[in-house]
Design a protein around this ligand. Structure first.
Ligand code: ATP
Ligand code: MG
Length: 122
C-alpha cells in the first residue's frame, strides 16, 4: 500500500507510470483523474492506481465498489489518500514528491515490515 503525496503536478502519476513501465506494461497509463481508479496487470502483479482528488464522500466510495478492490490485489498506488481517510488500509510506504526545478525530489518513508523490505531492496 503506497501513498503518494505532493502538490498538483508534483509527479505522482508519472512515478506510477515509471513503475508500470519497469514491470513491463506497454500500454497507456492515464491519470485516474475522473475514473478515480485504473487497474493494471504487469510483472505478475495486480496493481491498482487510485487518484482520490475528486472523491466526494464515503457514499461515492461504497457505490463505486472500491471497498472490494482491497481484497486479492497486490499493489496499490494512491494519490490524495487523505481524501479517503478511514476507508483505505494504512500505508506500507509513503512517498513525498517535491518539485525541484526540472526534476523532482522523492522522500520515501516505510511504515510497516513490508514497506521496510521494499525500501531495503531499492
Ligand atoms: N520526475 C520528473 N521529472 C521531470 N518532470 C516530471 C517528473 N515527474 C513529473 N513530471 C512532469 O510534471 C507534470 C505533472 O506530472 P504528474 O501528472 O505526474 O503530476 P501529479 O502529481 O500526478 O499531479 P495531480 O495531483 O494533478 O494528479 C507532467 O508534465 C510531468 O511530465
Ligand atoms: Mg496524478
Amino acid at each position: 500500500m503506497i501513498y503518494l503525496h505532493g502538490d498538483l503536478g508534483a509527479g505522482k502519476t508519472t512515478l506510477v507510470r515509471g513503475v508500470l513501465n519497469a514491470l513491463g506494461h506497454t500500454g497507456r497509463v492515464k491519470s485516474p483523474t475522473y475514473t478515480l481508479l485504473e487497474p493494471y496487470s504487469a510483472g505478475g502483479l495486480e496493481l491498482r492506481h487510485f487518484d482520490l482528488y475528486r472523491l466526494n464522500d464515503e457514499e461515492e466510495w461504497e457505490s463505486a465498489g472500491f471497498r472490494d478492490e482491497f481484497d486479492g490485489h497486490n499493489v496499490f498506488f494512491i494519490e490524495w489518500p487523505e481524501k479517503a481517510q478511514g476507508l483505505i488500509p494504512a500505508a506500507d510506504m509513503e512517498i513525498d514528491l517535491d518539485i525541484a526545478g526540472e526534476g523532482r525530489i522523492a522522500t520515501l518513508l516505510a511504515s510497516t515490515k513490508t514497506g521496510r523490505e521494499c525500501l531495503e531492496r531499492l
